[in-house]
Design a binder for this molecule. Structure first.
Ligand SMILES: Cc1cc2nc3c(=O)[nH]c(=O)nc-3n(C[C@H](O)[C@H](O)[C@H](O)COP(=O)(O)OP(=O)(O)OC[C@H]3O[C@@H](n4cnc5c(N)ncnc54)[C@H](O)[C@@H]3O)c2cc1C
Length: 325
């Protein structure tokens, strides 16, 4: 009998954990090498939102990706690993008729949605928003819990270390140990791209954790308010893009910007800030096999939990299909 293929995955964020999950489901043996540092996937509350940004773009695969993410949450829960989440719907207020038309042009017919007037909103909005798009299948989830649960249930061996170098079939750790496998998949995210000296577009942002969910459902335009495991969050990735990863910080001007965006969305009075989480995401989606033979899944931007698992399923499938030929 042929031995199961052995995949070495660098990075244990949502990309790497999802690759490990799907490869494990397909019968592969998986080793995940994860430094466990600066994972954007540890975002305390991530939106699962198919209609993006201030232009309402809908990425290819958004509906399928959203449903797959919820299906995975369900599978994890049935296996006894609860992931704090709410498939509550997502509310996207828009500031004017022109933006509503722009959003409308981007909405695929098969994406369930409803346009609401100011008095129909399921969350209290600051006066002045003429329309809000309601996306009933969206919601939020705890990024760290989702990622950890996937990794735990994937049955992968997890090596807590930083990979120093790698090629198509091996990974050398910082301590000089060499791991060998049948394929290597790089899922190092923003910090990993910087460690590897690769060019990229990095964008930092911050979530303020709040003692309560100000709006009972996620509300997003510019910044987002969402429920979280305990209380709620106010956040966005909003710092100017940089060509490399930098230790994320929250300058006073950024804090003011964030609070201003929140005030524009809803009434924050009475909510207490309990802490802060800052992270950096990498833009410029890369999937597939590079000229060096190393597979990659990276550059998930602000769609890590919308598209990460779906793209990981494709990558894991392609890696294993290549090994079985
Ligand atoms: C403030 C903020 C808010 C966000 N909000 C949302 C949201 O609402 N919805 C959404 O879908 N997405 C959101 N995102 C984006 C999402 O978090 C990312 O797209 C996603 O987490 C990226 O996952 P990843 O697995 O590619 O990388 P990461 O999660 O960064 O994981 C990479 C892992 O690889 C490890 N690693 C890197 N290099 C090496 C190496 N050489 N050796 C060993 N380990 C290595 C790192 O230590 C890390 O643990 C947000 C991001 C930020 C910063």
């Amino acid at each position: 009998m042929r031995a199961a293929p052995h995949l070495l995955v660098i990075g244990g964020g949502v990309a790497g954990a999802s690759v490990a999950w799907f490869a494990g489901q397909a019968g592969a043996r998986v080793t995940v090498v994860d430094a466990g540092q600066h994972a954007a996937s540890h975002v305390p509350s991530a939106l699962v939102n198919p209609v993006r940004g201030q232009s309402g773009q809908v990425a290819r695969g958004a509906l399928e990706g959203m449903r797959l993410t919820w299906a995975l949450v369900d599978t994890l829960e049935k296996a006894g690993i609860g992931v704090p989440h709410g498939q509550t719907g997502v509310l996207r207020p828009v500031p004017d008729d022109r933006t509503r038309q722009k959003f409308g042009r981007n909405l695929p017919p098969d994406l369930p949605h409803t346009w609401l007037g100011p008095d129909q909103s399921p969350a209290p909005l600051t006066p002045g928003w003429p329309h809000a798009l309601w996306l009933p299948e969206g919601g939020w989830l705890d990024g760290a819990a989702f990622t950890a649960a996937l990794l735990a249930l994937a049955g992968a061996d997890v090596v807590r270390a930083r990979a120093q170098t790698w090629d198509a079939r091996s990974v050398t750790l910082e301590n000089g140990e060499v791991l060998c496998g049948d394929a290597v998949v790089w899922c190092g995210g923003s910090v990993g791209a910087a460690w590897a000296g690769e060019p990229g577009t990095h964008r930092a942002g911050t979530l303020l954790t709040l003692d309560r969910a100000v709006a009972g459902v996620p509300v997003s335009f510019g910044a987002y308010l969402a429920p979280a495991r305990t209380g709620g969050v106010l956040g966005a990735t909003f710092e100017a893009p940089t060509a490399t990863w930098r230790e994320p910080a929250l300058p006073a001007a950024s804090l003011r910007w964030l609070l201003g965006r929140a005030d524009a969305l809803t009434d924050l009075s009475g909510a207490q800030v309990t802490g802060r989480w800052s992270g950096t995401r990498l833009s410029g989606l890369v999937t597939g096999r590079g000229a060096d033979g190393v597979w990659r899944l990276g550059g998930l931007g602000s769609k890590g939990f919308l598209l990460g698992p779906l793209l990981a399923r494709h990558v894991a499938g392609d890696v294993l299909a290549g090994l079985r030929v």
